[in-house]
Design a protein around this ligand. Structure first.
Ligand SMILES: Cc1cc2nc3c(=O)[nH]c(=O)nc-3n(C[C@H](O)[C@H](O)[C@H](O)COP(=O)(O)OP(=O)(O)OC[C@H]3O[C@@H](n4cnc5c(N)ncnc54)[C@H](O)[C@@H]3O)c2cc1C
Length: 114
């Protein structure tokens, strides 16, 4: 640290799970929707899963019925994203023996839409 020209402090911001995922024509995915600390290394993974599921929902309903698609997307994704967000923020992931398959074996292409 003494040899470093400039030291930057970089805070980790996180947030409790949010009640609102969409309003009108606006829908959130990724960190905008469920920001989390990096302790599970899953933030970007959740964003990619969100995008894949949202695309499936929109393709199921058609773009004109985005309101139904947004509801379907939230119902499909909220429980999982909230669980990952909560564990990441608490930094308890794999501190006890557990099967991590529920995280790594998730298939956004195959998960049943809500
Ligand atoms: C130290 C650290 C380590 C991490 N390690 C991992 C890991 O190993 N695995 C993992 O899955 N995740 C990891 N993450 C989390 C991951 O980086 C984020 O969850 C992911 O980048 C979120 O993607 P996003 O697209 O939702 O948001 P972002 O990547 O933040 O993208 C948002 C984009 O919007 C842009 N933007 C903001 N405001 C505006 C505006 N007004 N107009 C236009 N553009 C705008 C920003 O510049 C940015 O490019 C880590 C995070 C940190 C901090």
């Amino acid at each position: 640290i003494d040899a470093t020209g400039e030291v930057t402090k970089w805070p980790f911001w996180n947030r409790d799970p949010m009640g609102l995922w969409s309003r009108g024509r606006l829908v959130m995915i990724g960190d905008a929707c469920h920001p989390m600390r990096p302790h599970m290394a899953q933030g970007a993974c959740m964003a990619i899963e969100d995008a894949a599921v949202l695309a499936r929902c929109l393709s199921e309903t058609g773009m004109a019925d985005y309101a139904t698609a947004f509801g379907m997307y939230e119902r499909t994704r909220k429980e999982r994203a909230t669980k990952v967000q909560s564990i990441s923020n608490a930094n308890t992931w794999l501190k006890q023996p557990e099967d991590p398959a529920w995280v790594y074996a998730y298939d956004a292409d195959a998960v049943e839409l809500g």
